[in-house]
Write a protein that binds this ligand. Structure first.
Ligand code: ATP
Length: 345
């Protein structure tokens, strides 16, 4: 659906040149939710805005449905932007217009629809985002979450193939964030719409994205399926972002005094294994002690996973046996010896 090849963007401010994007290569598949995560200033907005050429790249290609849009003329660009919806962090609603007028606005601009068709489309969209009862209200009379629902409905008005979300939940509280994320997921599933979002929060990626790219200093430092990147982050930046999103108490782990003949392990299991009493079964087959120090069972989008920090103590042969049994049960083992504890994700 989208292919980005060797994309670069340089801003020139006075005598200074700022490399905002450096040789970015990315591919987004049709129908997926693709997340781009990074710290402030990493280049997320520049990259997102390059997808509809609100930001013109300095070099490289942006290929959407087989066409390199960097070669488009003004007319083609206008048509393209109607097929790409955009949702903004601060909603960007027209304050003097009602909810339904805001949603109807892009339909009017396109000039393609009669008044009746516009009204019918607005009704559908109000229903989709759950705001039918608020149609005559003005933005100032709405909560942040409701404003974002209007922003989403407006972005969907012209039947886009692609939805770009620029920190769409960053101005919202955690509960409202979840409800907006559920709405985006619902839209993705109901309409088969491809969504590309940028965020600085791993929670957003974890809740709804299929794949993720991590950006730092204008470069993609890690990318892949969210389950893989979240559970086995490779780059220090990704490890930091994942750690911020986990309820594991790292300080407590660092203070732990390990017993003699013991290992400190992180066990990770994904999918059906999450519901199996694996540790219980293994404990029954060994004289080693398996002490659970911390643990979390949660979901990454629709995939359940568990992550436990355990101390494994006992005879070397028994500890080896436990490791073999864990591996046979598809449990991933990471050793967290005291020196490695600082790197716990
Ligand atoms: N119009 C501009 N002129 C000059 N420099 C810019 C411009 N826009 C962005 N930059 C610079 O480019 C780099 C990437 O900025 P960008 O806004 O894409 O990052 P970001 O990851 O979206 O950050 P944030 O999360 O804070 O919005 C930064 O160093 C920023 O200062």
């Amino acid at each position: 659906m989208i292919k980005i090849e060797a994309l670069e963007k340089e801003y020139v401010v006075g005598q200074r040149r700022i490399a905002a994007l450096r040789r970015i290569d990315l591919q987004v598949e049709k129908g997926e939710i693709f997340g781009i995560i990074g710290r402030s200033g990493a280049g997320k907005s520049t990259l997102l805005r390059a997808l509809n050429l609100l930001e013109r790249p300095t070099a490289g290609k942006v290929i959407i449905e087989g066409e390199d849009i960097t070669q488009y003329d003004t007319q083609q660009l206008l048509a393209l932007r109607q097929r790409i919806g955009m949702v903004f962090q601060h909603f960007n609603l027209l304050s003097a217009k009602t909810v339904e007028q805001n949603i109807a606005f892009p339909l009017k601009l396109s000039g393609k629809y009669s008044k009746e068709q516009r009204q019918q489309r607005v009704d559908e969209l109000l229903e989709l985002v759950g705001l039918s009862a608020h149609r005559h209200q003005y933005p100032s009379q709405l909560s942040g979450g409701q404003k974002q629902r209007v922003g989403i409905a407006r972005a969907l008005a012209n039947y886009p193939h692609l939805l770009l979300c620029d920190e769409a939940t960053s101005a919202l509280d955690p509960e409202t964030t979840q409800s907006i994320l559920r709405l985006l997921l619902d839209i993705n599933q109901k309409l088969g719409l491809t969504i590309v979002l940028i965020t600085h929060e791993m929670q957003v990626i974890r809740s709804i994205c299929d794949r993720v790219a991590v950006i730092d200093g204008g470069e993609i430092v890690e990318s892949g399926e969210v389950v893989d990147v979240f559970l086995h982050p490779q780059h220090p930046l990704t490890q930091g972002l994942v750690a911020e999103n986990q309820a594991l108490d790292l300080e407590l782990l660092q203070q732990l005094r390990q017993r003699e003949n013991s290992d400190l392990l992180r066990l990770t299991y994904v999918g059906d294994a999450t519901h199996e009493p694996i540790l219980h079964r293994i404990a029954a087959q060994t004289s080693a002690d398996i002490v659970i120090l911390q643990g979390v069972i949660a979901r990454i989008k629709n995939t359940p996973y568990g992550q436990l920090i355990v101390e494994l103590a006992g005879e070397t042969s028994e500890r080896i046996k436990v490791r073999q049994l864990l591996t046979a049960a598809q449990v991933r083992i990471d050793d967290l010896h005291s020196s490695a504890v600082e790197g716990v994700q």
